[in-house]
Design a protein around this ligand. Structure first.
Ligand code: C2E
Ligand code: MG
Ligand code: MG
Ligand code: MG
Length: 293
């Protein structure tokens, strides 16, 4: 019986792999026409200053809805987009749409606040990110110092000389830089000093563990301390409970983002959320500027 079950499990595994491979090919093909068919949109998740509660940022997150396949999560299609090179046009679409939307909000008298955009490793290493960002800022009229690009450590460590010089050039445009999912990669402290980024985003896996795992709490404490030493802002992502927020506050974490504050919002809902949140916390919704450093 054990032998039969083993055989069964094995066959099932193979079938799943085939389905997976087919799925990947099919998804890649569908991904190739998603821009022209207008299947992408951005949602925006608020980032707050923990002390003042002001909304200081909006992280743009891509969503893909295919007419037949339905909603496909970025965790699934971004890796495929990277493999196939489609991340370059998709990444361009994201930055352009985020800046266009940000400009529209600022023109409507909202904010200002930072608009944060995720940039994947492929896009950073092979996509002429500098030329692209320059062109988009110019084309949309969105102010550079309110655009923040989020990179992952693995993306930056691919070609360190290239990363250092690209970061320097992006910074000379006035753009802000953050390291996403911090603590999960190969963070080397000496590189961190050379990558002159503005912000560290504590990965949500550590935040989720607050109150559960003492080591995660110590890692968070260490990241916040590191941020202070290197004079970087620190934001915690994936904050879901009041207890997590209060713990982060006690540790002197600067900013927070997560379902506790809000899920990512469709662009059309951002203005109402922003205005009511700011009013609820006793702040005007048109003049609290996160002072650009
Ligand atoms: P990320 O940049 O680390 O984004 C955080 C993810 O956590 C988002 O998932 C967000 O919706 C989710 N999240 C936010 N708050 C909470 C919370 O309180 N609890 C939990 N459990 N989750 C929370 P999403 O939107 O599915 O994106 C997943 C990943 O896909 C992103 O991770 C990012 O790496 C990538 N991604 C998303 N949009 C883009 C994009 O436009 N370009 C690129 N290159 N990558 C993107
Ligand atoms: Mg991110
Ligand atoms: Mg993250
Ligand atoms: Mg991530």
């Amino acid at each position: 019986a054990a032998k039969a079950a083993g055989k069964n499990t094995c066959r099932q595994f193979t079938e799943d792999m085939n389905v997976d491979a087919l799925d990947k090919l099919k998804l890649k093909a569908l991904l190739g026409t998603a821009i022209e068919n207008d299947e992408f949109r951005l949602v925006f998740q608020p980032q707050i200053n923990i002390e003042t509660k002001a909304i200081v940022g909006a992280e743009a997150l891509i969503r893909w809805r295919h007419p037949e396949q339905g909603e496909i999560s970025p965790a699934r299609f971004i890796p495929l987009a990277e493999e196939s090179g489609l991340i370059v046009p998709i990444g361009r679409w994201v930055i352009e749409e985020a800046c266009r939307q940000g400009k529209q909000w600022f023109d409507a008298g909202l904010g200002p606040f930072v608009v944060a955009v995720n940039v994947s490793a492929q896009q950073f290493n092979n996509g002429d990110i500098l030329g692209l960002v320059e062109e988009i800022l110019y084309g949309t009229g969105f102010p550079a110092h309110y655009l923040e690009l989020e990179f992952t450590e693995s993306g930056l460590l691919n070609d360190i000389c290239h990363s250092i010089s690209t970061i320097e050039q992006l910074k000379s445009l006035g753009v802000k830089l953050a390291i996403d999912d911090f603590g999960t990669g190969y963070s080397s402290l000496s590189y961190l000093k050379q990558f002159k980024v503005e912000k560290l985003k504590i990965d949500q896996s550590f935040v989720r563990d607050i109150g559960v795992n003492a080591e995660s709490l110590e890692i968070i404490r260490a990241i916040i301390q590191l941020g202070k030493t290197l004079r970087l802002e620190v934001i915690a992502e994936g904050v879901e409970t009041e207890n997590q927020l209060q713990t982060l506050r006690a540790l002197d974490c600067n900013e927070a983002q997560g379902y506790l504050i809000s899920k990512p919002l469709p662009a059309a809902d951002w203005m109402a959320f922003y205005q009511s949140w700011m009013a609820r916390h006793g702040m005007p919704s048109g003049s609290v500027a996160p002072s650009p450093q």
